[in-house]
Design a protein around this ligand. Structure first.
Ligand code: PMP
Length: 306
């Protein structure tokens, strides 16, 4: 699972992989108040390049701000530490996981600025999250019996540890039902997102994605909106229902781990032709060219590991 990871950055120092442990009474382990990122680094002709690193670091600091967690490093320091962690681990392409968490002090619910805030960066090789086959031919998705959060139940703008307990439930439910991934509806019953992905549909040549309410404001989502518009497609952020998705021409998930994964079926209904659609393929291949450094127009999105 953690292929290729050797050293883990913790609070400014490198630890051997097996020594990067924490106490069982670590606050975040009990209550889930921690924030993290999922970032990918791709192999390019000019060496490893981290995709949209600036935006990921910014979101990490924004997530921490929401929970009033003070990260004892600047955004620039974390940006550099992430690039250095990839370099130290001699990884060409990898998944990177920074996490900020409350450390070991006490277990009351009251935390304050004196509480220890630890920050860790790990990196390892991780292939296609929903499988190479899924990337090519699409995956089968089931609407979850669990809802995405009401915006005032949990901080939906934060990529926070505790937010993921419902994602784990939904993912397990989908897999147990023989599907590949879950689709969450929002508290009003509209399509929201996957357990770890944003969602898009295409109908009559127009691309639709749910607005940023209950969902995570995905960095891949943002990239895909830009790419689709640059390819000449109209992209509309608006709510849609699950039955609108049943009769869409194409659909796909986006995410750092999932990249651009077509959805070929929802709740037993084939979407469009029941495999990767034409527009999805165009958007997907543009995305992969960009992350692999083959499309210079978007080179600003890459941070090279030197
Ligand atoms: N929604 C959820 C719930 C996620 O966990 C993720 C993955 N971070 C996404 C959407 C996609 O976000 P991004 O493109 O920034 O990885």
């Amino acid at each position: 699972m953690f292929e290729g990871g050797k050293l883990i950055w913790k609070n400014g120092e490198y630890l051997n992989w097996e020594d990067a442990t924490t106490h069982v009474l670590t606050h975040t382990l009990h209550y889930g108040v921690g924030v993290f990122e999922g970032i990918r680094c791709y192999e390019t002709d000019e060496g490893p390049a981290v995709f949209r690193l600036k935006e990921h670091v910014k979101r990490l600091f924004e997530s921490a701000k929401i929970f009033m967690m003070k990260i004892p490093f600047s955004e620039e320091e974390i940006f550099d530490a992430i690039l250095d962690t990839v370099k130290k681990n001699e990884l060409k392409s990898c998944y990177i996981r920074p996490i900020v968490y409350y450390g070991y002090k006490s277990l009351g619910l009251s935390v304050n600025d004196e509480f220890p805030v630890d920050i860790v960066i790990a990196a390892w090789s991780w292939g296609a999250y929903l499988g190479e086959e899924g990337i090519k031919n699409g995956i089968r998705v089931k609407t979850s019996s669990f809802n995405r959060f009401h915006v005032n139940t949990i901080a939906t703008r934060a990529k926070a540890c505790g937010n993921y307990i419902t994602s784990v439930l939904a993912k397990r439910e989908a897999l147990m039902s023989g599907y590949d991934e879950a689709l969450f509806l929002d508290p009003d019953g509209y399509v929201a997102e996957g357990s770890g992905e944003n969602v898009f549909i295409i109908k009559d040549g127009v691309v639709y994605t749910p607005p940023v309410t209950s969902i995570l404001k995905g960095i891949t989502r943002d990239s895909i909106i830009t790419i689709a518009r640059d390819l000449g497609y109209e992209v509309i952020e608006r709510r849609f229902t699950r039955d609108e998705m049943y009769i869409a021409d194409e659909a796909f998930f986006t995410g750092t781990a999932a990249e651009v994964t077509p959805i070929r079926e929802l709740d037993g209904r084939p979407i469009g032709i029941g495999k990767r659609g034409e527009i999805t393929e165009k958007i997907q291949s543009t995305f992969f060219d960009i992350v692999k450094g083959k499309n210079k127009k978007y080179s600003d999105w890459l941070a090279f590991v030197k």
